[in-house]
Design a binder for this molecule. Structure first.
Ligand SMILES: *Cc1c(COP(=O)(O)O)cnc(C)c1O
Length: 434
């Protein structure tokens, strides 16, 4: 690492050795970001395979060969190449749509490691999942349970289910990504859970296999998980009393990552103690399942953008860049912080900039009040964009979606080519109206 004196935006992903400076220029693994941007253009998402593997290994280390299944919540980043890596490493997948099911299967997922979450599953999606023989549906309501029974019956199959219960704990995260509170749309209320299980046990084409919860996202404290676990254990005791036995317990995803100065728990702080509690309480035989998304991919990616113009306003200075809220919506949607790094550090006077895109909305910003020494044509790396980055991108203002590349050592691979202008309206039709 070299001179940060002219760039006060430190590298946020602490302990992330795959993004670093060499002679004042940013590298991903062994490749220069500037060279990659020149070759592939901007805006450009770059992912580090070594960083993905390190995140995966942090879970494996915590699991230590015990019966724990990691179902990667693929909505965080569903590029086929990335799914394929996780599938090779032995991951299962947490899906939330029929489209994600198709993607996961295309990427080589083992259907027996796929769990299907989401509050609005449709008939065709349930049918496709049953035909693929997935591991489990995480059922979020009684009408959904009835629909799964009906579809399974029509296919003459038994659907393996768990109920996603809402433990009503505060995950202490952003309201849009907090999902375990009473007034969220997610899950079955704790007080209805026992009766719903008893009802499920009477259904001819339903097989109860698990219990599930997911309390939120970007969780940076461990306590909410243990609060939820206590409530789940209480329910499990009640289920046992009714003769309903489970095969797995799914404690969801949600572990946070470092965007700025957060210190989220390591998976080992969650997995080991949870297994110990299960053991102590007579549930040591259950498989533990987790659904991490962000923590597996978030800090493995950066978004590279080029400075188009510098604009000095009366109260603010703007760096207008070629990436925008259509490429990365988290800042404007959640008021989220992303680190921003100069791809080449200049040894000159710095100025405070807001980094903004070209879209006709004041909400089109990527980072605020950052110190940079910049000139037009410079490149900026927006950090921690491996999760909920490209997948939430769109084409607003008729902007083609960015390219994605994967770096592995000294090699780079295009894993999604940049959209073309023709593709923007390739699905549209002008009717002949006389
Ligand atoms: C989004 C989601 C996850 C993953 O959350 P992260 O915060 O990305 O780990 C897991 N389970 C369900 C049901 C989800 O909706």
């Amino acid at each position: 690492m070299s001179n940060f004196s002219t760039n006060t935006n430190s590298i946020a992903p602490v302990g992330q050795p795959h993004f670093y400076y060499q002679d004042q220029t940013l590298f991903v693994e062994q490749l220069s970001v500037k060279a990659l941007a020149k070759e592939h253009g901007t805006p450009l998402f770059i992912y580090s395979k070594a960083a993905l593997k390190a995140a995966w290994d942090s879970y494996q280390e915590a699991i230590d060969n015990r019966d724990v299944l990691i179902c990667y919540a693929m909505k965080a980043n569903s590029n086929l190449a990335i799914l394929n890596l996780f599938a090779q490493w032995g991951a299962g997948f947490d899906i939330v749509s029929g489209g994600e099911l198709a993607r996961a299967l295309k990427a080589g997922a083992d259907p027996q490691k796929i769990i299907f979450s989401g509050v609005g599953k449709q008939t065709w999606e349930i049918k496709a999942a049953l035909e693929a023989n997935i591991k489990c549906f995480n059922v979020e309501s009684i009408p959904e349970l009835s629909l799964i029974q009906e579809v399974a019956s029509s296919l003459d199959k038994k659907a393996a289910i768990s109920l996603r219960v809402n433990p009503d704990v505060d995950a202490k995260t952003h309201p849009y990504i907090s999902t375990g509170l009473k007034d969220n749309k997610f899950g079955i209320a704790m007080e209805d859970a026992l009766a719903t299980y008893e009802h499920a046990a009477t259904l001819s084409h339903i097989k109860i296999v698990g219990l599930d919860c997911h309390i939120g996202s970007q969780i940076t404290q461990i306590e909410p998980y243990y609060d939820a676990l206590e409530r789940l254990l209480k329910l499990m005791d009640q289920l046992r009393g009714k003769g309903i036995e489970l095969a797995h317990l799914d404690i969801g995803g949600g572990l946070g990552i470092r965007y700025q100065n957060e210190e989220p728990p390591h998976p080992r702080e969650l997995i080991g103690p949870t297994l110990n509690v299960l053991q102590e309480r007579g549930y040591g035989h259950l498989q533990l399942t987790l659904e991490p998304g962000r923590s597996l991919v978030g800090n493995s990616g950066v978004l590279i953008t080029e400075v188009l113009f510098l604009k000095d306003g009366e109260t603010k200075n703007f760096a207008i860049v070629d990436a925008a809220m259509n490429d990365l919506i988290r800042p404007t949607l959640y008021d989220a912080y992303h680190g921003a790094l100069a791809v080449e550090i200049r040894d000159s006077q710095t100025t405070t900039y807001d980094i903004v895109g070209p879209i006709c909305e004041s909400g089109d910003w990527l980072a605020k009040d950052r110190e940079f020494a910049l000139i037009a044509g410079d490149l900026i790396a927006i950090e921690s964009t491996g999760a909920y980055g490209f997948v939430m991108s769109g084409q607003y203002n008729s902007r083609p979606r960015a390219a994605e590349i994967l770096v592995d050592g000294n090699q780079s691979f295009v894993i999604r080519r940049r959209e073309t202008i023709d593709e923007l309206f390739g699905h549209e039709l002008i009717p002949t109206i006389s």
